[in-house]
Design a protein around this ligand. Sequence first.
Ligand SMILES: Cc1cc2nc3c(=O)[nH]c(=O)nc-3n(C[C@H](O)[C@H](O)[C@H](O)COP(=O)(O)O)c2cc1C
Length: 170
Amino acid sequence: MELFQALKTRRSVREFTGARIPAEDIREIIECGTYAPSALNAQPWHFIVVDDTSLFPDLMKIHPYISSLGSASHAIILCADKSLEHAPGNWMLDCSACIQNMLLAAHGLGYGAVWAGIYPAADRMERFSQYFKLPESVSAHSIMVVGCPKNPLPLVTDRYREEKVHLNKW
Ligand SMILES: Cc1cc2nc3c(=O)[nH]c(=O)nc-3n(C[C@H](O)[C@H](O)[C@H](O)COP(=O)(O)O)c2cc1C
């Protein structure tokens, strides 16, 4: 898919067919995530790939807004190891860039995905830490729910607002 088309047609997808995504495509999605920019090039990200659907009900219990996982193929929990940071406090920004790349990669491959936030909800972050027994220096940032879309993507609306663009001053 052409870059500009991918950027402008990506939408959150929350209903899937239940079909399985091949492991090599999951790898490609994650690899695209790792090309994201990060502060001082720290690349603090780690990825927990969940392909065992018997774990999905647990995940839906510890995250209140991922009922979409019920029909998905994989969940990818994006975490950051803060001990890898060179400019402390940027891990959540690095991970945000990473997951956006992953969403676009999934879209480009013809899959559907949604970014479900874990950070900054402290209780949610704690539940993921406990469930996955994350090391002390590691925080969960987000969960990407991904699968084969059940329906055509919703029509893309025009989101560009001239009044939000300021020339040289506010
Ligand atoms: C930080 C963040 C947290 C989000 N959390 C959730 C979530 O928990 N569950 C969900 O279904 N969608 C979640 N979304 C997806 C947004 O609802 C979605 O991006 C927004 O409605 C715009 O729709 P679009 O992605 O189709 O453009 C989240 C998005 C962001 C950026």
